[in-house]
Design a protein around this ligand. Structure first.
Ligand code: GUN
Ligand code: ZN
Length: 444
């Protein structure tokens, strides 16, 4: 039995639909008890301390604020080497930076090294679950899942499918993409905590035959996910209309092929219409809001409050979209999400924001019965934040009058420096203060 003591915040319902009071759980001094990787008990320290068995391993963070580990609903691990690349919008950015970088993953040793760095950077940012694009190369998926198994993180990932409109070295075929994905699903889906995601990159780089093959993979394997991109950029959307003139909308290209269902995650969805939101709502499909990427690539402003409208709520996760995005930190991603909402005349409050990064992310993945909350029975993935991480934060923190102001300060000023420790299935996988290597496993 392991016990963690700190202040704690967790959400129990959706603050886009209910009041803050109905959603927020806050304990100034809380205890989480962990048994076999799962939360056995959670509550005020004073109540739970007497139940602590003698000899339990108790870790205390007197200045810490713990919460569920962050969930990144959309990220490309092979794009670490092009994060922050100057000067292009989406389609040119793909050609100039992204496709060359992804070709390096033909080399399994390169994939292995980048997967190791990526996992460490996620954990350093307090992210414990992510939905991840690999490259077209099966070895890029092998490298990623192998590293995730080592840390025992719950990750969702898949091999990119592309059979046109990309460099020859990055193309598969409808048949080969099917066979390679099928083999990866058999090997990895449900291996430990790993889950597979069928990953056609986006409509312009797949023929109809390949999109059909993706649909067939979903039908052949229970519980696998689908991820792709949708309505990110105006030139991209015009291109999709040229390539699929018979379809009513970009989303309809996917819907027509049976790719819009529960467990489908569409990256961006910036330029969607009411009809598309209704389609996603009815299907239980989700959108990944990636604000740092949308600003960086000049793609546009996601309509978060329209998507989350309680009249026909669409599930929304928060994505970093690195390398289009500029940070792996969900705190920095929330900072951008606040500004994007503000540009549309909305206020994203701190409780809504942290919902997106935790329980809302879990709901977008249909994993909210096991991830995204501090509550008995939930998987013990959590992050301990340090509201005094920098001199400025320590100073500003002194003027926060309540937990909601403190949370807001954390998402505006915080980044990976504000992560004191990260736990995965109850194990400390990252501890900022540990001497030597702060990570549980060596990089090499
Ligand atoms: N659309 C198709 N591929 C990509 C990608 O790698 N990143 C982003 N942001 N959009 C895409
Ligand atoms: Zn993306």
């Amino acid at each position: 039995m392991k016990a963690i003591r700190a202040a704690a915040v967790t959400l129990k319902d959706n603050p886009f639909e209910k009041s803050v009071a109905d959603c927020l759980v806050y304990h100034e001094d809380a205890l989480v008890l962990v048994e076999d990787g799962t939360i056995a008990a959670f509550g005020p320290y004073a109540e739970l301390a007497p139940t602590l068995p003698a000899g339990a391993d108790l870790v205390e963070y007197p200045d810490g604020l713990m919460m569920p580990g962050f969930i990144d609903a959309h990220v490309h691990y092979p794009q670490l080497e092009v994060i922050g690349a100057y000067g292009s919008q989406l389609l040119e950015w793909l050609e100039r930076y992204t496709f060359p970088a992804e070709q390096h993953f033909a080399d399994a040793a390169h994939a292995d090294a980048v997967a190791k760095l990526f996992l460490r950077e996620l954990l350093r940012a307090g992210t414990t679950t992510a939905m991840v694009y690999c490259t077209v190369h099966p070895q890029s998926v092998e490298a990623f899942f192998a590293e995730s198994v080592r840390y025992n993180t719950r990750m969702i990932a898949g091999k990119v499918l592309m059979d046109r409109n990309a460099p020859a070295a990055l193309l598969d075929t409808a048949e080969r993409g099917y066979d390679e994905s099928d083999a990866l699903i058999r090997r990895w889906h449900g291996t430990g905590r790993q889950l597979y995601c069928v990953t056609p990159r986006f409509a312009p780089t797949s023929t109809q035959a390949q999109l059909d093959a993706a649909g067939a993979l979903l039908r052949a394997h229970d519980g696998v996910y689908l991820q792709t991109h949708l309505c990110e950029n105006l030139d991209e959307i015009a291109w999709v209309h040229e390539l699929f003139p018979e379809r009513a909308s970009y989303l309809d290209v996917y819907a027509h092929t049976g790719l819009v269902g529960a467990r489908s995650m569409f990256g961006h969805g910036i330029h969607l219409h009411e009809h598309d939101f209704c389609t996603c709502h009815q299907a239980g499909a989700a959108l990944a809001h990636c604000p740092t990427s949308n600003l960086f690539l000049g793609s546009g402003l996601f309509k978060l409050f329209e998507a989350a409208d309680p009249v026909r709520p669409v599930r929304v996760g928060l994505g970093t979209d690195v390398g289009g995005g500029t940070s792996l930190s969900q705190l920095q991603t929330l900072n951008a999400a606040y500004k994007v909402a503000a540009m549309a005349g909305h206020k994203l409050n701190a409780v809504q924001a942290f919902y997106l990064a935790t329980l809302g992310g879990a709901r977008s993945l249909h994993l909210d019965e096991r991830l995204g909350r501090l509550a008995p029975g939930y998987e013990a993935d959590l992050v301990v934040l340090d509201p005094k991480a920098t001199p400025l934060m320590a100073f500003r923190n002194g003027y926060c009058r309540d937990i909601i102001e403190q949370l807001f300060m954390l998402m505006v000023l915080g980044d990976d420096r504000a992560v004191r420790a990260t736990y995965v299935a109850g194990e400390t996988v990252y501890d900022r203060e540990r001497s030597g290597d702060p990570f549980r496993y060596a990089e090499g």
